[in-house]
Design a protein around this ligand. Structure first.
Ligand code: NAD
Length: 294
């Protein structure tokens, strides 16, 4: 077990995995990395005019600046077309001063996120969503991984647990979270099961969750995973972000789950801050990649 896991509080079992503290340590690693580069990485952020996107773009800008990463920003109206968005991306692809690109979601109606992912130069794809990067992940040869999946793996790594032969259960099979996380768990030789909406419809979610040594939940369904289902001592990583009654909550019944889990992430303050930092880490990785292959 590493240093940034806070102490267990009285009457609970789980160690809380403190995402903010881990993100702080990652920031130090990234700053050290940047200091050793011969020029400054530039992150380009494409957002769409929604209040949430504005807030997120500002947070990304401040985070980048704090680490010594420059930003270029463009905010499109929600009336932007596929051609409008692709034109901006192609301009950034051709601009050697830009090393990484982050495109916000949700995109305007009529803009296809898959086609947008494919339009990004794979060397500048810091979200790991270009088909070429997805394929590399499939063959365990990813150069740039999905930020959320990398954050999940970093949190698991913080527990110090060996994953080989352990039962890992991922709830959620989205392209951006569930699938990449399951690939990375397979790379660690965890026996990996992926559950999804079909598993729940078949009434079999509980039985899979109950045998998970490592449980990663990314469904976007508040309280989907009952505390009583958690295997004693399990590592529980809750990726879900839901707003219920004005409060942000995850997909796991946190209070009940922490009486059984060995380690658990809170929401907020778990996966989120580490994911934000992985965007920055991937920008630096993309910069290095571009120095190597021109
Ligand atoms: P998504 O909607 O693309 O996919 C949801 C997945 O959950 C699907 O695979 C679906 O089959 C599964 N699912 C839905 N209902 C289910 C049920 N009742 N039982 C079992 N599985 C069910 O979502 P996503 O983009 O993968 O995001 C998932 C959650 O993670 C959301 O709450 C999102 O906000 C959050 N998220 C958090 C971060 C972070 O950094 N913390 C990053 C990305 C996404």
């Amino acid at each position: 077990m590493r240093g940034d896991v806070s102490a267990k509080s009285a009457g609970t079992r789980a160690v809380i995995l403190d995402g903010k503290a881990i993100a702080g340590r990652l920031a130090q690693e990234i700053s050290r990395d940047i200091a050793a580069l011969r020029s400054t990485p530039m992150l380009a952020i494409l957002s769409f005019a929604t209040p949430a996107s504005e807030v997120y773009r500002k947070a990304q800008r401040e985070q980048a600046q704090a680490l010594g990463i420059q930003t270029r920003e463009h905010a499109c109206p929600m009336s932007a077309t596929q051609a409008d968005v692709e034109r901006i991306i192609q301009g950034w692809n051709a601009d050697a001063a830009i090393h990484g690109m982050f495109v916000h979601q949700p995109m305007p109606p009529g803009v296809d996120p898959q086609r947008i992912s494919a339009a990004i130069d794979p060397r500048k794809d810091i979200e790991g969503i270009h088909p070429q990067n997805s394929a590399r992940r499939f063959f365990a040869k990813a150069r740039i991984g999905s930020c959320t999946a990398l954050a999940v793996m970093r949190l698991i790594e913080e527990t110090g647990a060996a994953l080989e032969g352990k039962d890992a259960v991922v709830v959620g099979h989205s392209e951006i979270v569930g699938r990449p996380v399951s690939m990375l768990l397979l790379d660690k030789l965890a026996t990996t099961t992926v559950c999804h909406v079909g598993t729940d419809k078949a009434g079999r979610l509980e039985e899979h969750v109950r045998r998970a040594d490592i449980l990663v939940v990314a469904a976007g369904r508040p309280q989907l995973i009952k505390g009583a289902w958690i295997k004693p001592g399990a590592i529980v990583i809750d990726v879900g972000i839901n707003v219920v009654g004005g409060r942000v909550v995850g997909d796991v019944e946190f209070e009940a789950a922490k009486t059984r889990a060995g380690f658990i992430t809170p929401v907020p303050g778990g996966v989120g801050p580490v994911t934000v930092m992985m965007v920055m880490k991937n920008t630096v990785e993309a910069f290095k990649l571009q120095q190597v292959v021109g």
